[in-house]
Design a protein around this ligand. Structure first.
Ligand code: HEM
Length: 132
């Protein structure tokens, strides 16, 4: 699986080199569903974009060795849990679709293998975040 993690790291590097990768992700994600959009009405996106940029890196590292990035994912698990923001499984599915769609759009070397590797990384992170 380490080979795939390297693939995702390289892909993420290319994505971050593109213009406003995270901003584009939020554009896609918020347009997917009105309920999701409503959760972000009071969000300061300058700050939010930096936090997500860091969180995605944590997710990639965590999928690599099950340890690096875990503290960040633990915090997200708490803020998103049923006692706090109460984010639902279907909303994570939209999140995953939106991220894959953004990577496809922004990574010039995107291919099926890259997609599978990202899919594995996201599934591993979401599973951790949604297991209480
Ligand atoms: C694995 C997927 C996700 C990751 C890595 C992620 C990451 C983050 C991070 C790092 C923050 C900022 C720190 C915090 O409040 O914990 C945040 C806030 C937030 N997330 Fe997520 N998130 C994910 C999924 C979702 C989903 C599916 C929703 C559904 C609507 C969502 C809604 C929000 C909201 C509403 C905030 C607060 C924004 C604000 O402060 O105004 N997140 N997320």
């Amino acid at each position: 699986m380490n080979l795939s993690i390297e693939k995702v790291k390289d892909s993420y590097g290319r994505c971050l080199d593109s213009e406003d990768f995270i901003g584009r992700f939020y554009e896609i994600f918020l347009e997917k569903d009105a309920e999701i959009k409503a959760k972000f009405v009071n969000t300061n996106f300058d700050g939010q974009k930096k936090l997500l940029r860091h969180a995605i890196l944590s997710m990639i590292l965590f999928a690599g060795d099950g340890l690096a990035g875990i503290v960040t994912l633990e915090k997200i698990r708490e803020t998103h849990d049923p006692k706090h923001m109460d984010i639902r499984p279907w909303q994570y599915a939209f999140w995953k679709d939106s991220l894959l769609q953004t990577v496809e759009e922004k990574d010039p070397k995107f291919d099926e293998e890259t997609k599978q590797a990202w899919s594995y990384v996201i599934d591993t992170g979401v599973k951790f975040i949604t297991t209480y």
